[in-house]
Design a protein around this ligand. Structure first.
Ligand code: GMT
Length: 372
């Protein structure tokens, strides 16, 4: 097939999933055309069967806000016609699904199909904002196929919008590089200065990640445990969280590593992964941790309990319950047999249920269904 893929190319789970999907499909022999304003960051080296079409956004003094959605629709229409695409798959509803609809209206081939994958805040945050609700609803309705990355997100979409489309749940998958790791090397960490247990958090440090909660969790844990917290990523809340560490005099125990390309190196050094989010449709970072055999303590927000199975791969606690969060981390780090059991379950779950060889064919079947 000749497949177009549009996604956000910078850091972010939806762009990662879209890019890894494109690479896998290209390896299977399909021709993949990425359409975005920049090269998706995981695309990196040249890959056979992968093509990139950059969207040119015209800057003009009159445009205080250059209309990217229109430039994207224009580029989509051009690529669909000239490359003779069979299908276009857009990741994240806004503005990608709207642009795809517009492109379909522009081109002559009126039976052309596009699929929209909903990732999370396109529904829960942006889509629920009154300034976007109607256009998200319209764009979902006009999509020829709609998938969501968790059952939670599919249900949330039905409850938020008045739509008649059937939403197919196709969960995210683990990028292959995580399952190719030799996890027997786990635990040999340059971060352990005094034999500490290593806890890790990875996110884009947005408010909904509630990263500050982890500083209070650490304050509690440090009373009785030898632990160090690695903070990976960057974003709007980081400065505030670093300030909180200084105020609570915890800088010696919490290390900010910033954005990292090779998160797998940090995960191999990690004993327990922590995600205290207030909202999370799936939690790709949790899946990557599970794939590295790392037990997780997360909140029970959104789709997280579908990925981190309570009592099997780690624990889920109520959003904002610092005491419960700390207690459950403590339960794992004080019981080595439990930690080992969770670690084995985590790797097993990631490599069976979330293997790309299992999930990518679900997308292909779905494309064929939509085209039929
Ligand atoms: O909304 C975001 O946080 C960004 C978005 C993205 O583009 O990275 O993340 C969402 O999609 C990821 C990939 O499917 C999911 O793993 C994240 O849980 C989801 N984020 C939220 O729901 C907050």
């Amino acid at each position: 097939m000749k497949i177009g893929i549009t996604c956000y190319p910078t850091y972010g789970g939806s762009g990662v999933v879209a890019t890894e999907l494109g690479i896998k499909l290209a390896m299977m022999g399909h021709k993949i055309h990425f359409i975005s304003y920049a090269l998706p960051y995981r695309l990196g080296n040249f890959t056979t069967n992968v093509f990139f079409h950059e969207v040119d956004v015209l800057r003009y003094p009159l445009f205080e806000y250059p209309p990217y959605s229109l430039s994207l629709a224009h580029k989509m229409a051009e690529v669909i016609e000239h490359e003779e695409l069979d299908i276009l798959h857009v990741h994240y509803a806004i503005p990608h699904a709207t642009s795809a609809y517009l492109a379909k209206e522009i081109i002559e081939k009126k039976d052309f199909k596009f699929v929209t994958t909903l990732h999370g805040t396109d529904i829960t945050l942006i889509g629920s904002d009154p300034s976007y609700t109607k256009i998200v609803e319209f764009s979902i309705e006009k999509s020829d196929g709609v998938t969501a990355v968790s059952k939670y997100l599919a249900d949330k979409t039905y409850n938020t919008f008045n739509i008649n489309n059937e939403i197919q749940v196709i969960p995210n998958f683990v990028p292959d590089k995580f399952l190719e790791l030799d996890i027997s090397k786990k635990g040999k960490s340059c971060f352990k200065r005094n034999g500490e247990t290593i806890l890790t958090h990875i996110s884009n440090f947005r408010e909904l990640k509630r990263v500050g909660d982890l500083v209070y969790v650490m304050e509690k844990l440090l009373k009785k445990n030898n632990v160090r917290l690695l903070m990976v990523g960057d974003g709007p809340e980081r400065v505030k969280v670093e300030q909180l560490c200084r105020e609570l005099d915890l800088c010696d125990y919490i290390t900010f590593l910033g954005k990292q390309e090779m998160v797998e190196d940090v995960l191999l050094a990690t004993d327990v992964f922590l995600l205290p989010s207030a909202e999370e449709s799936f939690g790709l970072a949790v899946l990557e941790a599970l794939a590295c055999g790392v037990p997780c303590v997360t909140t029970n927000a959104g789709g997280l309990p579908e990925v981190n199975i309570h009592g099997e791969t780690g624990f889920n606690v109520e959003i904002g319950d610092i005491d419960a969060f700390a207690e459950h981390v403590e339960m794992i780090i004080r019981d080595k047999a439990l930690m080992k059991k969770f670690a084995l379950n985590a790797r097993e779950l990631a490599s069976t249920k979330y293997n790309s060889n299992k999930i990518v064919p679900q997308y292909l079947d779905y494309y064929n269904k939509v085209l039929a």
